[in-house]
Design a protein around this ligand. Structure first.
Ligand code: ADP
Length: 394
């Protein structure tokens, strides 16, 4: 069977999926990841029906970094039979100011994507490492880069800029927005399951470890809560979301923190983790009876409401509000609390549907449709990859 490999490489985990190509259809065959790179490495792979194909732990030094993780994943991938690799699709966090679509990668393109490394120093090098390696090992297999920023590239300039001297915008200091592959998938799915609101004004809340919201008009992004980096907007597992830049200046100039220390604080020690002092994991916070856990959740819900209001203003009202990603798809109590904060916009929750795992969770009387739409960034990448190799085939 012809197949597409989808790769999502981060600093502590390497995720991969294999999709079979059957005509225009893509079917997920394998879903795997190596987590705990450098600490407690573990390769876990499941088949299409959820059967565990491998679950193997490694010594920390055996899978100490991303290249060794790629080698371990490759070693396992080479053992599976019956697949003919036709292309590799990669999640790449940054497509810079120019790329509004996925691209086929050659060495010139790889250099261009590497030039965006200073825009996303924690992610872009990891995203590009497997591309570089696959180019060396399998030069004949086409590779496609799919960007987290691309879906937001149609924003008008006056919404995409910061109020800084214009030269900074030209240098790339812009509001890029992220989670674009998730929003693109959800927008497509919404047009299938709720075509009427999908053509209107929609807020999608991607609430996972990273969290953001996107305003969609007729399926296209017009605003996002994330900006130049994935630090802005909603509070997240370990990131604070919107923060007065004066706090950063204060930490550096008055508290003597280095830029690296502030970066570590903002990316790894803040958000739900920092505020609760307990965990970055919403499940653990919901299960805890520690008042610090409920305090962190209250902050999260409050900020979700504020940002929803901001995006509702950008859209001049909303027809639908969609929950997606780990928290959005799985936590009925968090959805209920956020929905409560949307009552002023005309949202009314159907508590039974919400608790029962329905896709439509608003009442019949609700002016705003509330929906739960599971996201699938990997399928979006596989679709883009297939489309691009087919359209560029000689
Ligand atoms: P990412 O892909 O960014 O790592 P996910 O979209 O998988 O993140 O979301 C992870 C978050 O979802 C975690 O905070 C986790 O606790 C939360 N989550 C998953 N299932 C539930 C649940 N049943 N209730 C509450 N939170 C959940």
């Amino acid at each position: 069977m012809d197949a597409i490999l989808v790769v999502n490489a981060g600093s502590s985990s390497l995720k991969f999926q294999v999709f079979g190509i059957e005509g225009a259809n893509l079917t997920r065959q394998v879903r795997g990841q190596i987590g705990g790179i450098g600490t407690r490495p573990r390769l876990q792979v499941k088949g299409a029906d959820g059967t565990v194909l491998i679950d193997q732990s490694y010594a920390a030094e055996a899978v100490r970094d991303l290249p060794t993780a790629i080698a371990a994943a490759r070693e396992w991938l080479l053992t599976i039979e019956g697949f003919e690799l036709r292309a590799i699709g990669h999640r790449v966090v940054h497509g810079g100011p120019d790329f509004a679509q996925p691209v086929l990668i050659d060495t010139t393109m790889l250099d261009r994507l590497a030039s965006y490394q200073d825009l996303a120093p924690l992610h872009q090098p990891n995203n590009l490492a497997p591309i570089r390696l696959a180019m060396e090992i399998n030069p004949d297999v086409p590779q496609v880069a799919c960007f987290d920023t691309a879906f937001h590239r149609g924003h008008p300039e006056h919404t995409d800029c910061y109020a800084l001297p214009r030269a900074f915008y030209e240098q790339g200091v812009r509001r890029y927005g992220f989670h674009g592959l998730s929003y693109e998938y959800v927008a497509e799915r919404l047009s299938e399951i709720a075509p009427e609101p999908a053509r209107g004004k929609v807020i999608v809340a991607h609430l996972g470890s990273g969290a953001s919201m996107c305003a969609l008009r007729d399926g296209r992004s017009i605003e996002s809560t994330m900006g130049f980096t994935a630090l802005d907007g909603l509070p997240m597992g370990t990131r604070p979301g919107q923060i007065d830049p004066g706090v950063v200046l204060y930490l550096i100039s008055e508290k003597g923190m280095s830029a690296d220390a502030v970066s570590d604080l903002l990316y790894h020690e803040a958000g739900l983790k920092g505020l609760s002092g307990i965990s970055n994991d919403m499940r653990e916070l919901l299960a805890s009876d520690d008042p610090r856990a409920s305090f962190a959740i209250a902050h999260f819900v409050h900020r979700c409401g504020l940002h929803a209001g901001m995006l509702a203003a950008a859209l001049s009202g909303i027809d639908a509000f969609v929950f997606t990603a780990g928290v959005g798809e799985n936590s009925a109590p968090i959805r209920a609390r956020i929905a409560e904060g949307l009552a002023w916009l005309g949202a009314d929750l159907d508590a039974v549907g919400n608790d029962g795992g329905a896709a439509l969770i608003s009442s019949a009387a609700s002016r705003v449709k509330l929906l739960v739409v599971p996201t699938d960034e990997e399928l979006m990448i596989a679709r883009h990859t297939l489309a691009l190799i087919r359209s560029s085939a000689p």
